[in-house]
Design a protein around this ligand. Sequence first.
Ligand code: BES
Ligand code: ZN
Ligand code: ZN
Length: 540
Amino acid sequence: MLVLGTAIARVCEECPERTALADGVRNALSGPDTMAPMPLPRLATSTAAPSELEVDVLVVGIAPTSAQGTPPHGVAVVGIDDGVLSSVAETLGMLGLTGAVDETLRLPAPLGIAASSILVVGMGRAPHTLDGLRDAAGTATRTLSGVARVGIALPAASPADVQAVLEGAAIGAYRFTAYRSGETTAGIESIVLATKADGVERATEVATVTADAVALVRDLVNTPPNDLYPASFVERARAAIGELPIEVEEWGPSELEAGGFGGILGVGKGSSRPPRLLAVRYRRDTEAPHVAIVGKGITFDSGGLSLKPPAGMVGMKYDMTGAATALAAIIASARLGVETRMTAWLCLAENMPSSTAMRPNDVLTIRGGTTVEVLNTDAEGRLVMADGLVAASEEHPDAIIDVATLTGAARVALGERYAGLMGDDDLVQQVLAAAQDTGELVWPMPLPAELRALLKSDVADISNARMGNAGAGMLLAGVFLREFVGRASADADAPRIPWAHLDIAGPANNSGAPFGHTPKGPSGVTVRLLIRLAERFATK
Ligand code: BES
Ligand code: ZN
Ligand code: ZN
Protein backbone atom coordinates (compact mmCIF):
# COMPACT_ATOMS: atom_id res chain seq x y z
CA MET A 1 0.00 0.00 0.00
CA LEU A 2 2.98 2.32 -0.28
CA VAL A 3 2.55 2.80 -3.97
CA LEU A 4 1.80 6.50 -3.86
CA GLY A 5 5.01 7.42 -2.20
CA THR A 6 7.36 5.75 -4.58
CA ALA A 7 7.50 8.43 -7.23
CA ILE A 8 8.22 11.06 -4.64
CA ALA A 9 10.75 9.02 -2.77
CA ARG A 10 12.91 9.16 -5.86
CA VAL A 11 12.94 12.92 -6.17
CA CYS A 12 12.86 13.85 -2.54
CA GLU A 13 16.02 12.42 -1.10
CA GLU A 14 17.09 15.83 0.13
CA CYS A 15 13.90 16.33 2.13
CA PRO A 16 13.36 13.13 4.08
CA GLU A 17 10.60 14.51 6.24
CA ARG A 18 8.45 15.10 3.20
CA THR A 19 9.30 11.74 1.69
CA ALA A 20 7.76 9.95 4.61
CA LEU A 21 4.66 12.01 4.29
CA ALA A 22 4.22 11.18 0.69
CA ASP A 23 3.42 7.63 1.57
CA GLY A 24 -0.18 7.57 0.71
CA VAL A 25 -2.09 10.33 2.37
CA ARG A 26 -5.22 8.57 1.22
CA ASN A 27 -4.16 5.27 2.70
CA ALA A 28 -4.27 6.93 6.05
CA LEU A 29 -7.99 7.42 5.56
CA SER A 30 -8.31 3.80 6.59
CA GLY A 31 -11.13 2.32 8.54
CA PRO A 32 -11.30 -1.43 8.21
CA ASP A 33 -8.87 -2.82 5.63
CA THR A 34 -11.66 -3.72 3.29
CA MET A 35 -12.71 -0.09 3.18
CA ALA A 36 -9.28 1.25 2.27
CA PRO A 37 -9.33 3.46 -0.82
CA MET A 38 -7.88 2.07 -3.99
CA PRO A 39 -4.34 3.49 -4.32
CA LEU A 40 -3.64 5.81 -7.22
CA PRO A 41 -1.16 4.51 -9.78
CA ARG A 42 2.56 5.15 -9.48
CA LEU A 43 3.63 7.82 -11.97
CA ALA A 44 6.86 7.84 -13.96
CA THR A 45 8.43 9.04 -17.19
CA SER A 46 10.69 7.27 -19.66
CA THR A 47 12.96 8.51 -22.41
CA ALA A 48 12.39 5.29 -24.37
CA ALA A 49 10.43 5.44 -27.61
CA PRO A 50 6.69 4.79 -27.08
CA SER A 51 6.92 1.60 -29.13
CA GLU A 52 9.46 0.22 -26.65
CA LEU A 53 7.36 0.68 -23.49
CA GLU A 54 6.73 -2.70 -21.86
CA VAL A 55 3.13 -2.07 -20.78
CA ASP A 56 -0.28 -3.65 -21.07
CA VAL A 57 -1.72 -0.77 -23.02
CA LEU A 58 -0.19 2.17 -24.85
CA VAL A 59 -2.26 5.35 -25.05
CA VAL A 60 -1.98 7.17 -28.37
CA GLY A 61 -3.64 10.50 -29.22
CA ILE A 62 -5.38 11.10 -32.52
CA ALA A 63 -6.73 14.30 -34.01
CA PRO A 64 -8.84 15.12 -37.07
CA THR A 65 -7.00 16.12 -40.22
CA SER A 66 -10.03 16.91 -42.39
CA ALA A 67 -12.70 19.54 -42.04
CA GLN A 68 -15.42 18.80 -39.55
CA GLY A 69 -18.21 16.53 -40.75
CA THR A 70 -16.72 15.54 -44.09
CA PRO A 71 -16.37 11.77 -44.35
CA PRO A 72 -14.22 9.85 -44.88
CA HIS A 73 -12.64 11.29 -41.76
CA GLY A 74 -8.93 11.85 -41.78
CA VAL A 75 -7.24 11.22 -38.45
CA ALA A 76 -3.57 11.28 -37.56
CA VAL A 77 -1.48 10.37 -34.56
CA VAL A 78 -0.63 13.46 -32.52
CA GLY A 79 2.93 14.45 -31.89
CA ILE A 80 4.90 11.23 -32.13
CA ASP A 81 7.04 10.06 -34.95
CA ASP A 82 6.39 6.34 -35.27
CA GLY A 83 5.77 4.66 -38.62
CA VAL A 84 3.78 1.74 -37.22
CA LEU A 85 1.46 3.87 -35.11
CA SER A 86 1.00 6.38 -37.93
CA SER A 87 -0.11 3.69 -40.33
CA VAL A 88 -2.56 2.35 -37.74
CA ALA A 89 -3.98 5.85 -37.40
CA GLU A 90 -4.53 6.07 -41.15
CA THR A 91 -6.95 3.15 -40.98
CA LEU A 92 -8.96 4.57 -38.07
CA GLY A 93 -10.95 7.01 -40.19
CA MET A 94 -12.29 4.01 -42.07
CA LEU A 95 -13.45 2.54 -38.77
CA GLY A 96 -15.51 5.67 -38.23
CA LEU A 97 -13.24 7.50 -35.80
CA THR A 98 -13.11 11.27 -36.11
CA GLY A 99 -10.50 12.19 -33.51
CA ALA A 100 -13.10 14.09 -31.45
CA VAL A 101 -12.49 14.72 -27.76
CA ASP A 102 -13.47 11.79 -25.51
CA GLU A 103 -13.54 9.28 -28.38
CA THR A 104 -11.65 6.06 -27.53
CA LEU A 105 -10.92 2.74 -29.22
CA ARG A 106 -8.87 -0.16 -27.88
CA LEU A 107 -7.01 -2.29 -30.45
CA PRO A 108 -4.57 -5.17 -30.32
CA ALA A 109 -1.06 -3.76 -30.72
CA PRO A 110 0.44 -4.12 -34.18
CA LEU A 111 3.81 -5.83 -34.68
CA GLY A 112 6.70 -3.63 -33.64
CA ILE A 113 4.95 -2.28 -30.53
CA ALA A 114 6.07 -3.72 -27.19
CA ALA A 115 2.71 -3.01 -25.53
CA SER A 116 0.02 -5.69 -25.66
CA SER A 117 -2.67 -3.31 -26.87
CA ILE A 118 -3.16 0.30 -27.81
CA LEU A 119 -5.86 2.74 -26.77
CA VAL A 120 -6.45 5.58 -29.19
CA VAL A 121 -7.92 8.72 -27.66
CA GLY A 122 -9.46 11.57 -29.60
CA MET A 123 -7.86 14.94 -28.83
CA GLY A 124 -10.06 17.19 -30.96
CA ARG A 125 -8.76 20.34 -32.58
CA ALA A 126 -6.56 21.64 -29.76
CA PRO A 127 -4.40 18.59 -29.05
CA HIS A 128 -1.35 20.51 -27.89
CA THR A 129 -2.95 22.58 -25.12
CA LEU A 130 -2.45 21.64 -21.46
CA ASP A 131 -6.20 21.16 -21.10
CA GLY A 132 -6.24 18.92 -24.18
CA LEU A 133 -3.41 16.79 -22.81
CA ARG A 134 -4.89 16.54 -19.31
CA ASP A 135 -8.32 15.59 -20.62
CA ALA A 136 -7.06 13.03 -23.14
CA ALA A 137 -4.90 11.32 -20.53
CA GLY A 138 -7.83 11.36 -18.09
CA THR A 139 -10.25 9.96 -20.63
CA ALA A 140 -7.79 7.16 -21.35
CA THR A 141 -7.31 5.99 -17.77
CA ARG A 142 -10.94 6.58 -16.85
CA THR A 143 -12.16 4.27 -19.58
CA LEU A 144 -9.54 1.53 -19.10
CA SER A 145 -10.35 -1.35 -16.81
CA GLY A 146 -8.52 -4.53 -15.90
CA VAL A 147 -5.17 -3.06 -16.91
CA ALA A 148 -2.16 -2.86 -14.59
CA ARG A 149 0.54 -1.07 -16.58
CA VAL A 150 -0.32 1.90 -18.77
CA GLY A 151 2.11 3.58 -21.16
CA ILE A 152 1.34 7.00 -22.59
CA ALA A 153 2.52 8.35 -25.93
CA LEU A 154 0.80 11.73 -25.81
CA PRO A 155 3.01 14.64 -26.91
CA ALA A 156 4.68 16.07 -23.78
CA ALA A 157 7.52 18.40 -24.68
CA SER A 158 7.79 20.53 -21.52
CA PRO A 159 7.53 19.98 -17.75
CA ALA A 160 4.10 21.62 -17.85
CA ASP A 161 3.00 19.12 -20.50
CA VAL A 162 4.36 16.24 -18.40
CA GLN A 163 2.51 17.47 -15.34
CA ALA A 164 -0.74 17.87 -17.30
CA VAL A 165 -0.56 14.38 -18.80
CA LEU A 166 0.42 12.59 -15.59
CA GLU A 167 -2.05 14.57 -13.49
CA GLY A 168 -4.90 13.87 -15.90
CA ALA A 169 -3.95 10.20 -16.11
CA ALA A 170 -3.71 9.75 -12.34
CA ILE A 171 -6.95 11.61 -11.67
CA GLY A 172 -8.75 9.68 -14.42
CA ALA A 173 -7.62 6.40 -12.84
CA TYR A 174 -9.53 7.19 -9.63
CA ARG A 175 -12.05 4.57 -8.51
CA PHE A 176 -14.13 4.39 -5.35
CA THR A 177 -14.67 0.75 -4.42
CA ALA A 178 -14.50 0.94 -0.62
CA TYR A 179 -18.15 0.01 -0.21
CA ARG A 180 -18.36 -2.75 -2.80
CA SER A 181 -18.38 -6.17 -1.19
CA GLY A 182 -16.72 -9.09 -2.93
CA GLU A 183 -14.22 -8.93 -5.76
CA THR A 184 -13.58 -5.62 -7.42
CA THR A 185 -11.41 -5.14 -10.46
CA ALA A 186 -7.91 -4.04 -9.54
CA GLY A 187 -6.98 -0.51 -10.52
CA ILE A 188 -4.13 0.71 -12.69
CA GLU A 189 -0.80 0.14 -10.92
CA SER A 190 1.59 2.23 -12.94
CA ILE A 191 1.54 4.92 -15.58
CA VAL A 192 4.64 5.75 -17.58
CA LEU A 193 4.83 8.64 -20.00
CA ALA A 194 7.29 8.53 -22.89
CA THR A 195 8.90 11.97 -23.07
CA LYS A 196 12.21 13.62 -23.79
CA ALA A 197 11.32 16.74 -21.77
CA ASP A 198 13.66 18.06 -19.05
CA GLY A 199 12.55 18.79 -15.49
CA VAL A 200 10.30 15.78 -15.32
CA GLU A 201 11.00 14.86 -11.69
CA ARG A 202 9.34 17.89 -10.14
CA ALA A 203 6.53 17.69 -12.70
CA THR A 204 5.96 14.06 -11.72
CA GLU A 205 5.97 14.96 -8.03
CA VAL A 206 3.49 17.79 -8.51
CA ALA A 207 1.22 15.54 -10.58
CA THR A 208 1.33 12.85 -7.88
CA VAL A 209 0.53 15.24 -5.05
CA THR A 210 -2.18 17.02 -7.02
CA ALA A 211 -3.88 13.78 -8.05
CA ASP A 212 -3.74 12.64 -4.42
CA ALA A 213 -5.49 15.86 -3.38
CA VAL A 214 -8.29 15.34 -5.90
CA ALA A 215 -8.61 11.73 -4.76
CA LEU A 216 -8.80 12.77 -1.10
CA VAL A 217 -11.70 15.10 -1.86
CA ARG A 218 -13.47 12.42 -3.88
CA ASP A 219 -12.93 9.78 -1.17
CA LEU A 220 -14.34 12.03 1.55
CA VAL A 221 -17.31 13.07 -0.56
CA ASN A 222 -18.04 9.51 -1.68
CA THR A 223 -18.00 8.22 1.90
CA PRO A 224 -21.62 7.76 2.98
CA PRO A 225 -22.98 10.06 5.67
CA ASN A 226 -23.54 7.23 8.14
CA ASP A 227 -19.74 6.94 8.26
CA LEU A 228 -18.77 10.56 7.63
CA TYR A 229 -20.06 13.01 10.22
CA PRO A 230 -18.31 15.91 11.95
CA ALA A 231 -16.27 13.87 14.44
CA SER A 232 -15.26 11.21 11.91
CA PHE A 233 -14.40 13.89 9.36
CA VAL A 234 -11.98 15.32 11.92
CA GLU A 235 -10.44 11.88 12.48
CA ARG A 236 -9.99 11.40 8.77
CA ALA A 237 -8.50 14.86 8.41
CA ARG A 238 -5.98 14.11 11.17
CA ALA A 239 -5.10 10.77 9.55
CA ALA A 240 -4.65 12.39 6.14
CA ILE A 241 -2.41 15.09 7.65
CA GLY A 242 -0.29 12.43 9.35
CA GLU A 243 3.19 13.73 10.09
CA LEU A 244 3.02 16.71 7.75
CA PRO A 245 4.11 20.04 9.25
CA ILE A 246 0.49 21.07 9.78
CA GLU A 247 -1.16 22.06 13.07
CA VAL A 248 -4.75 21.23 13.84
CA GLU A 249 -6.98 23.04 16.30
CA GLU A 250 -10.37 21.54 17.08
CA TRP A 251 -13.48 23.09 18.59
CA GLY A 252 -16.10 20.64 19.90
CA PRO A 253 -19.53 21.67 21.23
CA SER A 254 -18.31 23.14 24.53
CA GLU A 255 -15.47 25.08 22.91
CA LEU A 256 -17.84 26.31 20.20
CA GLU A 257 -20.19 27.46 22.95
CA ALA A 258 -17.40 29.24 24.80
CA GLY A 259 -16.21 30.84 21.57
CA GLY A 260 -19.63 32.10 20.54
CA PHE A 261 -19.86 30.11 17.32
CA GLY A 262 -23.65 30.30 17.16
CA GLY A 263 -23.92 29.49 13.45
CA ILE A 264 -22.15 26.13 13.60
CA LEU A 265 -23.89 25.26 16.88
CA GLY A 266 -27.30 26.29 15.58
CA VAL A 267 -27.02 24.15 12.47
CA GLY A 268 -25.53 21.22 14.36
CA LYS A 269 -27.96 21.05 17.23
CA GLY A 270 -30.62 19.05 15.40
CA SER A 271 -28.22 16.14 15.03
CA SER A 272 -27.19 13.52 17.57
CA ARG A 273 -23.71 13.89 16.06
CA PRO A 274 -22.34 17.21 17.30
CA PRO A 275 -20.60 19.79 15.13
CA ARG A 276 -16.94 20.70 14.94
CA LEU A 277 -14.79 23.57 13.75
CA LEU A 278 -11.34 22.57 12.62
CA ALA A 279 -8.52 25.02 11.93
CA VAL A 280 -5.79 23.44 9.83
CA ARG A 281 -2.62 25.51 9.84
CA TYR A 282 0.43 25.33 7.61
CA ARG A 283 3.49 27.56 8.21
CA ARG A 284 1.74 29.31 11.06
CA ASP A 285 4.87 30.96 12.42
CA THR A 286 6.15 32.45 9.21
CA GLU A 287 5.91 35.94 7.79
CA ALA A 288 4.89 34.48 4.44
CA PRO A 289 1.74 35.75 2.69
CA HIS A 290 -1.22 34.24 4.51
CA VAL A 291 -4.16 32.71 2.66
CA ALA A 292 -7.19 31.49 4.61
CA ILE A 293 -9.61 29.02 3.09
CA VAL A 294 -13.04 28.52 4.65
CA GLY A 295 -14.88 25.34 3.67
CA LYS A 296 -18.53 24.36 4.07
CA GLY A 297 -18.61 20.99 5.77
CA ILE A 298 -22.23 19.91 6.08
CA THR A 299 -21.79 16.14 6.25
CA PHE A 300 -25.45 15.71 5.41
CA ASP A 301 -27.96 18.39 4.51
CA SER A 302 -31.50 17.16 5.05
CA GLY A 303 -32.66 20.77 5.05
CA GLY A 304 -33.46 20.57 8.78
CA LEU A 305 -37.01 21.49 9.77
CA SER A 306 -37.30 23.22 6.37
CA LEU A 307 -36.97 19.66 5.15
CA LYS A 308 -35.88 18.96 1.59
CA PRO A 309 -38.17 16.82 -0.57
CA PRO A 310 -36.89 13.22 -0.98
CA ALA A 311 -35.32 13.69 -4.41
CA GLY A 312 -33.61 16.91 -3.34
CA MET A 313 -32.08 15.20 -0.33
CA VAL A 314 -30.35 12.46 -2.28
CA GLY A 315 -26.78 13.52 -2.91
CA MET A 316 -26.62 15.84 0.09
CA LYS A 317 -23.72 13.87 1.53
CA TYR A 318 -21.68 15.97 -0.86
CA ASP A 319 -22.49 19.16 1.07
CA MET A 320 -19.12 18.83 2.82
CA THR A 321 -17.15 19.16 -0.42
CA GLY A 322 -15.94 22.66 0.44
CA ALA A 323 -14.35 21.49 3.70
CA ALA A 324 -12.77 18.49 1.97
CA THR A 325 -11.44 20.77 -0.75
CA ALA A 326 -9.90 23.22 1.73
CA LEU A 327 -8.27 20.34 3.64
CA ALA A 328 -6.89 18.66 0.53
CA ALA A 329 -5.51 21.94 -0.82
CA ILE A 330 -3.55 22.60 2.35
CA ILE A 331 -2.23 19.04 2.55
CA ALA A 332 -1.04 19.20 -1.05
CA SER A 333 0.56 22.61 -0.49
CA ALA A 334 2.43 21.25 2.51
CA ARG A 335 3.61 18.19 0.61
CA LEU A 336 4.86 20.44 -2.18
CA GLY A 337 6.53 22.82 0.27
CA VAL A 338 4.65 25.85 -1.06
CA GLU A 339 6.01 28.95 0.64
CA THR A 340 2.68 30.43 1.62
CA ARG A 341 1.14 30.47 5.07
CA MET A 342 -2.24 28.79 4.88
CA THR A 343 -5.10 28.24 7.26
CA ALA A 344 -8.12 26.16 6.41
CA TRP A 345 -11.30 26.55 8.46
CA LEU A 346 -13.51 23.50 8.19
CA CYS A 347 -17.06 24.24 9.36
CA LEU A 348 -18.49 20.80 10.12
CA ALA A 349 -22.08 20.05 11.07
CA GLU A 350 -24.91 17.73 10.16
CA ASN A 351 -28.18 19.51 9.31
CA MET A 352 -30.99 17.35 10.68
CA PRO A 353 -34.60 17.86 11.80
CA SER A 354 -35.44 16.90 15.37
CA SER A 355 -36.91 18.35 18.53
CA THR A 356 -33.55 19.91 19.26
CA ALA A 357 -33.12 21.37 15.77
CA MET A 358 -33.03 25.08 15.11
CA ARG A 359 -36.39 26.45 14.02
CA PRO A 360 -37.43 29.01 11.46
CA ASN A 361 -37.57 32.32 13.40
CA ASP A 362 -34.80 31.28 15.78
CA VAL A 363 -32.15 33.96 16.15
CA LEU A 364 -28.52 32.81 16.21
CA THR A 365 -25.57 34.89 17.30
CA ILE A 366 -22.60 34.42 15.00
CA ARG A 367 -19.09 34.72 16.44
CA GLY A 368 -18.36 38.40 16.80
CA GLY A 369 -21.94 39.25 17.75
CA THR A 370 -23.93 39.60 14.52
CA THR A 371 -27.43 38.18 15.00
CA VAL A 372 -29.14 36.17 12.27
CA GLU A 373 -32.81 35.28 12.07
CA VAL A 374 -33.22 31.85 10.54
CA LEU A 375 -36.04 32.00 8.02
CA ASN A 376 -35.10 28.79 6.26
CA THR A 377 -33.14 26.06 8.03
CA ASP A 378 -32.05 24.73 4.64
CA ALA A 379 -29.95 27.86 4.12
CA GLU A 380 -27.58 26.39 6.71
CA GLY A 381 -24.33 26.64 4.76
CA ARG A 382 -24.15 30.40 5.12
CA LEU A 383 -24.72 30.08 8.89
CA VAL A 384 -21.71 27.82 9.47
CA MET A 385 -19.64 29.76 6.95
CA ALA A 386 -20.41 33.03 8.76
CA ASP A 387 -18.67 31.68 11.89
CA GLY A 388 -15.81 30.40 9.75
CA LEU A 389 -15.35 33.73 7.97
CA VAL A 390 -15.31 35.64 11.25
CA ALA A 391 -12.78 33.24 12.77
CA ALA A 392 -10.58 33.39 9.66
CA SER A 393 -10.76 37.18 9.69
CA GLU A 394 -9.54 37.43 13.29
CA GLU A 395 -6.06 36.41 12.10
CA HIS A 396 -6.05 39.16 9.47
CA PRO A 397 -4.88 37.00 6.58
CA ASP A 398 -3.89 38.58 3.25
CA ALA A 399 -6.81 36.87 1.53
CA ILE A 400 -9.80 34.73 2.37
CA ILE A 401 -11.24 32.28 -0.14
CA ASP A 402 -14.33 30.37 0.79
CA VAL A 403 -15.53 27.29 -1.01
CA ALA A 404 -19.00 25.87 -0.56
CA THR A 405 -21.77 23.85 -2.17
CA LEU A 406 -23.87 26.79 -1.13
CA THR A 407 -26.91 27.19 -3.37
CA GLY A 408 -29.08 25.21 -5.73
CA ALA A 409 -29.32 28.54 -7.54
CA ALA A 410 -25.66 28.29 -8.58
CA ARG A 411 -26.50 25.06 -10.34
CA VAL A 412 -29.51 26.62 -12.02
CA ALA A 413 -27.45 29.58 -13.23
CA LEU A 414 -24.23 27.85 -14.30
CA GLY A 415 -25.00 24.14 -14.64
CA GLU A 416 -22.68 21.37 -13.53
CA ARG A 417 -19.43 22.46 -15.15
CA TYR A 418 -18.83 25.99 -13.88
CA ALA A 419 -18.26 27.19 -10.34
CA GLY A 420 -19.61 30.63 -9.51
CA LEU A 421 -16.99 33.12 -8.32
CA MET A 422 -17.84 36.27 -6.38
CA GLY A 423 -15.94 38.74 -4.25
CA ASP A 424 -13.34 41.50 -4.44
CA ASP A 425 -12.09 42.28 -7.92
CA ASP A 426 -8.35 41.80 -7.41
CA LEU A 427 -8.68 38.50 -5.64
CA VAL A 428 -11.30 37.34 -8.13
CA GLN A 429 -8.74 38.03 -10.88
CA GLN A 430 -6.15 35.97 -8.99
CA VAL A 431 -8.55 33.07 -8.64
CA LEU A 432 -9.45 33.32 -12.33
CA ALA A 433 -5.76 33.24 -13.26
CA ALA A 434 -5.18 30.18 -11.06
CA ALA A 435 -8.19 28.47 -12.64
CA GLN A 436 -6.84 29.31 -16.07
CA ASP A 437 -3.60 27.56 -15.13
CA THR A 438 -5.33 24.41 -13.89
CA GLY A 439 -8.05 24.23 -16.52
CA GLU A 440 -10.87 24.39 -13.98
CA LEU A 441 -14.00 26.25 -15.00
CA VAL A 442 -15.08 29.19 -12.85
CA TRP A 443 -17.26 32.10 -13.88
CA PRO A 444 -17.32 35.55 -12.25
CA MET A 445 -20.65 36.74 -10.89
CA PRO A 446 -21.65 40.09 -9.34
CA LEU A 447 -22.60 40.88 -5.76
CA PRO A 448 -25.20 43.63 -6.24
CA ALA A 449 -25.30 45.85 -3.14
CA GLU A 450 -29.06 46.37 -3.38
CA LEU A 451 -29.64 42.70 -2.61
CA ARG A 452 -28.66 43.34 1.00
CA ALA A 453 -32.06 44.94 1.59
CA LEU A 454 -33.74 41.62 0.79
CA LEU A 455 -32.10 40.12 3.87
CA LYS A 456 -33.57 42.60 6.38
CA SER A 457 -34.96 40.85 9.41
CA ASP A 458 -37.85 42.08 11.53
CA VAL A 459 -35.92 41.29 14.71
CA ALA A 460 -32.24 40.52 14.03
CA ASP A 461 -29.32 42.15 12.20
CA ILE A 462 -29.88 40.02 9.11
CA SER A 463 -31.90 37.01 8.02
CA ASN A 464 -30.43 33.94 6.35
CA ALA A 465 -32.92 33.83 3.49
CA ARG A 466 -35.66 35.90 2.03
CA MET A 467 -39.27 34.82 1.68
CA GLY A 468 -40.89 34.89 -1.75
CA ASN A 469 -38.93 36.43 -4.68
CA ALA A 470 -36.70 33.61 -5.89
CA GLY A 471 -34.25 35.51 -8.10
CA ALA A 472 -30.45 35.62 -7.77
CA GLY A 473 -30.15 33.03 -4.99
CA MET A 474 -26.44 32.48 -5.60
CA LEU A 475 -25.69 36.19 -5.40
CA LEU A 476 -27.86 36.69 -2.33
CA ALA A 477 -25.91 33.99 -0.50
CA GLY A 478 -22.68 35.75 -1.50
CA VAL A 479 -24.04 39.07 -0.23
CA PHE A 480 -24.87 37.38 3.08
CA LEU A 481 -21.35 35.94 3.44
CA ARG A 482 -19.73 39.29 2.67
CA GLU A 483 -21.21 40.69 5.88
CA PHE A 484 -18.89 38.41 7.88
CA VAL A 485 -15.59 39.23 6.22
CA GLY A 486 -13.52 41.21 8.69
CA ARG A 487 -11.00 44.00 8.42
CA ALA A 488 -7.34 43.82 7.46
CA SER A 489 -6.21 44.97 10.93
CA ALA A 490 -7.64 45.57 14.39
CA ASP A 491 -8.30 49.16 13.32
CA ALA A 492 -12.06 49.57 12.76
CA ASP A 493 -11.41 51.80 9.74
CA ALA A 494 -9.06 49.34 8.06
CA PRO A 495 -10.18 48.08 4.66
CA ARG A 496 -11.87 44.71 4.46
CA ILE A 497 -9.72 41.63 3.93
CA PRO A 498 -9.68 40.70 0.24
CA TRP A 499 -12.23 37.93 -0.13
CA ALA A 500 -13.47 35.59 -2.82
CA HIS A 501 -16.33 33.11 -2.70
CA LEU A 502 -16.57 29.94 -4.79
CA ASP A 503 -20.04 28.40 -5.03
CA ILE A 504 -19.31 24.88 -6.26
CA ALA A 505 -22.85 23.47 -5.87
CA GLY A 506 -22.89 22.67 -9.61
CA PRO A 507 -19.50 21.19 -10.52
CA ALA A 508 -18.68 19.50 -7.18
CA ASN A 509 -20.76 16.57 -8.33
CA ASN A 510 -21.06 15.30 -11.89
CA SER A 511 -24.48 13.73 -12.25
CA GLY A 512 -24.16 13.45 -16.02
CA ALA A 513 -21.90 11.41 -18.28
CA PRO A 514 -18.21 11.17 -17.37
CA PHE A 515 -15.81 13.40 -19.33
CA GLY A 516 -12.02 13.83 -19.38
CA HIS A 517 -10.71 12.82 -15.96
CA THR A 518 -14.10 13.44 -14.29
CA PRO A 519 -16.19 10.38 -13.45
CA LYS A 520 -19.85 10.36 -12.52
CA GLY A 521 -20.02 11.58 -8.91
CA PRO A 522 -17.67 13.87 -6.99
CA SER A 523 -15.22 15.75 -9.20
CA GLY A 524 -12.79 17.30 -6.72
CA VAL A 525 -13.04 20.51 -8.70
CA THR A 526 -11.33 23.70 -7.40
CA VAL A 527 -8.80 21.87 -5.23
CA ARG A 528 -6.23 22.23 -7.99
CA LEU A 529 -6.85 25.94 -8.40
CA LEU A 530 -6.54 26.48 -4.64
CA ILE A 531 -3.13 24.79 -4.66
CA ARG A 532 -2.17 26.96 -7.63
CA LEU A 533 -3.44 30.07 -5.88
CA ALA A 534 -1.28 29.27 -2.87
CA GLU A 535 1.72 28.97 -5.20
CA ARG A 536 0.89 32.30 -6.78
CA PHE A 537 0.78 33.96 -3.35
CA ALA A 538 4.18 32.52 -2.48
CA THR A 539 5.83 34.56 -5.20
CA LYS A 540 3.91 37.78 -4.55
N1 BES B 1 -26.67 22.39 0.16
C1 BES B 1 -27.67 23.22 -0.40
C2 BES B 1 -27.28 23.75 -1.76
C3 BES B 1 -27.54 22.82 -2.89
C4 BES B 1 -28.84 22.57 -3.30
C5 BES B 1 -26.49 22.30 -3.57
C6 BES B 1 -29.06 21.74 -4.35
C7 BES B 1 -26.73 21.49 -4.65
C8 BES B 1 -28.02 21.20 -5.04
C9 BES B 1 -27.92 24.42 0.49
O1 BES B 1 -27.70 24.25 1.84
C10 BES B 1 -29.36 24.79 0.32
O2 BES B 1 -30.18 23.96 0.57
N2 BES B 1 -29.59 26.00 -0.13
C11 BES B 1 -30.91 26.46 -0.37
C12 BES B 1 -30.97 27.90 0.05
C13 BES B 1 -32.38 28.45 0.11
C14 BES B 1 -33.18 27.76 1.18
C15 BES B 1 -32.30 29.93 0.38
C16 BES B 1 -31.21 26.31 -1.85
O3 BES B 1 -30.32 26.54 -2.66
O4 BES B 1 -32.33 25.94 -2.18
ZN1 ZN C 1 -29.40 23.41 2.83
ZN1 ZN D 1 -26.28 22.80 2.31
